[in-house]
Structure formats: structure tokens, C-alpha cells
Design a protein around this ligand. Structure first.
Ligand SMILES: [Mg+2]
Length: 416
């Protein structure tokens, strides 16, 4: 059996851990530049605040109901996520981290299933302060369904287990087809046109029909909903094929040096992800843009194929500089920039090239050392000089909380 553990209202819950007075109050967290709502407490949901709604549209509602607002604090959320995943990995034989606030667990046998799972939820919440919901079933797609029920209905007390044929059918009958994991809008429309309204209707279609309409991707979902295991580890955890980091700057950037700093800081974020999934990039794309609402908006990008695949920031920063030399127009106010790593390959599949001028062994030892320092003291601790202060001071974060868990100067204070 699998269990899907999902942190409830994750970003809001992270803020509440360090500010318990927020419990019971409506709280929301905003995206970069305080643009849109990306997390809501249950109280905020009850006020009718939708997901991804632009902040300016709900300002009145926020004032009227004294909703507490936070700018996104990814340093804090990332660290809390690591804590949750670490605790989980100590409790079960296998864990596959699926997103910042979700992980699939391989459970220890079937004995005392409910007890086992309730214990996991309790330990996580006790150790980290983050409340979680758990869905248990034979396949990952069914776990998603179960998790949805665990969240939606109070009676489940945050744990929903689908362990009989009867429960499986009942759950699928109450699940709209568009809510099934992996069914996008286009497929939903097509299925509804053919009379498939619920997940259960979907499972009643023949496997051949599903395959002809939705290829092997649909067939997999069909098999998973029917209780046949097929989303194996590789499928959900093979790493991404491209890594994209881009930002809008709250305050526009003027001047070559500042823009280069920001681009290299974005590249550094991408490199961290690249190294985490043990990949190297063969292609690099850099984009800059001025205000898109201006009539004479300037937008330009460059792509290069790297002679030798790499995940080394210093090397990549050099390429960023070369590309920016071609992109940069003096005197403009830059509003947005992006860095994309493409054509990723696994480190172990990299072929050593006789003509490669870089000592890759030495370079990888340096990168490993930097990673371990970053692991201990945070990504800010060591940077390459070209990065400067990076993009951070440019982002609009009016309601930012402290980095309680990663910066000693911002640690929580208690008055006794
Ligand atoms: Mg969640």
C-alpha cells in the first residue's frame, strides 16, 4: 500500500508555526511581487477568497475581515518542507517526495493500517507543527483520490483509506473526472462529451477505448484507478527535462552590472535544482524584458548549446555574461528576466570528452563543497562574486515574515 501525505494549506501552516496567534484567523500568502494568492487558510477559503486570485481584486475583502497577508517566504517554506520530508523518511521504509508539500510513502505491511498512518500524521505534526492529510490506497492515483476525501470531509479526521473494492467504487463515483490526477482540461472536455462524468464512469470504459482516445497516458490512469499498479518511481521522480527560473522585478533594473547580477542569481537557483536531481545541462537560454505594458517593450533572448554539459555555476555565469553582452541595450528599465536549463542529462550518463578544457573532477569537488556549505548555512552563505546581492532586493515583498529557521539573526524571540 501507498500513502500520500499532503501538508494542509502548507505555506499558511508554515507561517502559523512561528506565529500561533494566527490560528483561527483568515491568513493568505501571496506569490512573487505580492501578485496573486497562492495559499489560503480554511478561514480565508470560507470568505470566498479563491486560489490564484490577483491581490488587488480582494483588497477590500482583506481589510473588511482583517485577513492577515504574507509575502512568499520560500526560504522558510523550503526549510520546513525539508523537515517534514526528513521526519517522514525516518518513519517508513520508502518515500518519494512529489512536491514541496507532498510525498508518497511505502507503508510497512498492512497490519493495523489505520493506526500506522494516524501515527505518521501525528509524529509529523508534533515534530514540525505542520498539519497533514493522508490518503491511503493500492495505487498512487487512488491515493490522490483518498487524500482529496481526507481533506474535504471532517469525519475522516485527516486520514482516508481505500482498502476494499466497495470503498474504491464509492470514492470514484463521488469524484468528478476533472478532479482525477493527470486529467487536464482538454481530456476532461472530451470525456464529458462521451458521457464520462465521474472517475467511476472512466473505469467502466474499455481499456482499448481509453487507449485510442488518450494514448498510454490515459491507459495508465485507467489502470491505476482500477487498482493496478503502474506509476512506478521513475514516472513520478525521474527529474525534470528542463529547469526554468524567471522573475518579475518589483523595482525595474537599470544598468548592465545589476542586470547581470540578477540573471546569475536566477541561474544559481536553477543550478541548485539541477544539482539536486543530479543532472547536467546541455542547453542554456537567457531572456530579458522591459515592461510589457509599454508600447515600445523590449524583449530578447539567446540560446546556446554548451560544448560540454555542466552544472557548474561559475562556468554557467560566464555563459550568462556572454549572452547578456548580446542582449543588453543601454538605458532601458528591465522588468523581467529568465534563465532556462534545457537538454538535461543525468550526471552518470555524461560522457567525458578528451578535448574538454575543464578538469571536471576538480570542478565537481568544488561544487560539492559549495553544496554542503549551502546545506549548513543557507544558499546565501557562499556566492560567486558576479552574483552580488542578486535579485532579492528588487522583489516587492511588503508582507514578508522572517526566515526563522535558516537565519540566526531572524530566529524567533520569546519574551518571558
Ligand atoms: Mg498541500
Amino acid at each position: 500500500m501507498y500513502a500520500l501525505v499532503d501538508c494542509n494549506n502548507f505555506f499558511v501552516s508554515c507561517e502559523r508555526v512561528f506565529n500561533p496567534s494566527l490560528n483561527g484567523h483568515p491568513v493568505i500568502v501571496l506569490s512573487n511581487n505580492d501578485g496573486c494568492v497562492i495559499a489560503r487558510s480554511n478561514e480565508a477559503k470560507a470568505l470566498g477568497i479563491g486560489m490564484a486570485v490577483p491581490f488587488f481584486q480582494i483588497r477590500q475583502l482583506v481589510e473588511k475581515h482583517q485577513v492577515v497577508v504574507f509575502s512568499t517566504n520560500f526560504t522558510l517554506y523550503g526549510d520546513m518542507s525539508d523537515r517534514v520530508m526528513t521526519v517522514l523518511s525516518e518513519l517508513v521504509p520508502g518515500i518519494e517526495v512529489y512536491s514541496v508539500d507532498e510525498a508518497f510513502l511505502h507503508l510497512r505491511g498492512l497490519e493495523k493500517l489505520r493506526e500506522q498512518v494516524e501515527n505518521i500524521a501525528r509524529v509529523v505534526t508534533k515534530s514540525t507543527g505542520i498539519p497533514v492529510s493522508v490518503g491511503v490506497a493500492q495505487t498512487k492515483t487512488l491515493c490522490k483520490v483518498a487524500n482529496h476525501f481526507a481533506k474535504k470531509y471532517k469525519g475522516y479526521e485527516d486520514v482516508c483509506i481505500i482498502d476494499t473494492e466497495e470503498k474504491r467504487i464509492k470514492a470514484l463515483q463521488q469524484t468528478e473526472i476533472g478532479d482525477v490526477w493527470g486529467i487536464g482540461r482538454r481530456h476532461r472536455n472530451m470525456l464529458e462529451y462521451h458521457g464520462v462524468k465521474t472517475a467511476y464512469d472512466f473505469t467502466l470504459k474499455s481499456r482499448a477505448w481509453i487507449r485510442s482516445k488518450m494514448t498510454v497516458v490515459g491507459e495508465r490512469i485507467w489502470r491505476e484507478l482500477n487498482g493496478q499498479l503502474c506509476l512506478e518511481r521513475e514516472d513520478v521522480d525521474s527529474g525534470k527535462k528542463q529547469i526554468c527560473t524567471s522573475r518579475s522585478f518589483g523595482v525595474p533594473i537599470v544598468g548592465y552590472d545589476r542586470l547581470l547580477e540578477s540573471i546569475v542569481a536566477l541561474a544559481a537557483l536553477g543550478v541548485a535544482k539541477l544539482r539536486k536531481q543530479k543532472s547536467l545541462a546541455k542547453g542554456l537560454y537567457v531572456m530579458v524584458q522591459t515592461n510589457r505594458f509599454d508600447d515600445d517593450m523590449y524583449k530578447s533572448s539567446r540560446f546556446i548549446t554548451l560544448s560540454y554539459p555542466t552544472s557548474d555555476l561559475a562556468e554557467i555565469a560566464g555563459y550568462c555574461r556572454k549572452m547578456l553582452n548580446q542582449l543588453y541595450v543601454n538605458g532601458l528599465e528591465y522588468k523581467r528576466a529568465g534563465v532556462i536549463f534545457q537538454d538535461l542529462i543525468k550526471e552518470e550518463n555524461a560522457v567525458r570528452d578528451f578535448f574538454d578544457p575543464v578538469d571536471r573532477e576538480k570542478q565537481s569537488r568544488l561544487s560539492d563543497a559549495l553544496d554542503s556549505i549551502a546545506g549548513k548555512y543557507g544558499r546565501e552563505a557562499v556566492k560567486i562574486a558576479i552574483q552580488g546581492e542578486g535579485y532579492q532586493p528588487n522583489i516587492k515583498q511588503t508582507y514578508l515574515s522572517k526566515r526563522y529557521t535558516t537565519n540566526l539573526k531572524e530566529i524567533i524571540e520569546i519574551r518571558v
